[in-house]
Design a binder for this molecule. Sequence first.
Ligand SMILES: Nc1ncnc2c1ncn2[C@@H]1O[C@H](COP(=O)(O)OP(=O)(O)OP(=O)(O)O)[C@@H](O)[C@H]1O
Ligand SMILES: [Mg+2]
Length: 237
Amino acid sequence: MTASGRPGSAIAIESLQFSYGTGPRVIDIPHLEIAPGSRVFLHGPSGCGKTTLLGILAGVLHATHGSVHVLGHDLVRLSGSQRDAFRAEHIGYVFQQFNLIPYLSAYDNIALPCRLDARRRARLGSVSLDAAIRDVASQLDISALLDQQSTALSVGQQQRVAAARALLAAPDLVICDEPTSSLDTDRRDAFLALLASSVARANATLLFVSHDAALGSRFDVQLSLPTLNRAARADAA
Ligand SMILES: Nc1ncnc2c1ncn2[C@@H]1O[C@H](COP(=O)(O)OP(=O)(O)OP(=O)(O)O)[C@@H](O)[C@H]1O
Ligand SMILES: [Mg+2]
């Protein structure tokens, strides 16, 4: 896989359009550029396409119109397996539905990205995988839960396991889809502090979606998806 285009941007979108099958257009963004190291808060009403956009940026969904450069790679031109490899190496993703593997323990869920991808694992440097897992688990207050099967965890506990998995081994781009929706205030603030320190240490770019507009002021940039979306602008006109 070769890097191409826009090396100066973490994310660069041109003329991006996406629909699910023959359904209505969900994403129609003429242009968007996000500088490396930015901490971006993305908001918009339920159903406006936030999760869809995150899925495209992570290569989970494949857009066929326009260009989507993430960390210099045009995801539109990559095959499914190339996008999977790219995501495994570079992206930490806290999914809105967590996507934990039900038959694995919390520990094994957190370990998964590093076990599946040697280049992601190499980002740990001289730190062992076990030490890295125990460190991130301690910071998210889930040390006592590591041996539990993920289905035996509360929703807020699952959310923190998903966050630990995403942050392990310093990804270049951290994508969080409603990562604090099930957390109490203390745990939400602990997660946000860990997120801020992790992305700063790795000089990573952060894309954070939340319905909690009050969190927006903690980020460098606030983006409204309906404003980015050409279709939404046309509707409002
Ligand atoms: N797998 C899918 N198949 C078909 N349509 C989908 C699919 N996933 C989402 N959609 C549709 O795409 C639109 C955007 O959905 P999306 O999940 O991206 O919204 P969202 O902004 O993340 O909403 P929320 O804030 O509720 O999480 C919605 O109209 C939804 O019905
Ligand atoms: Mg969503």
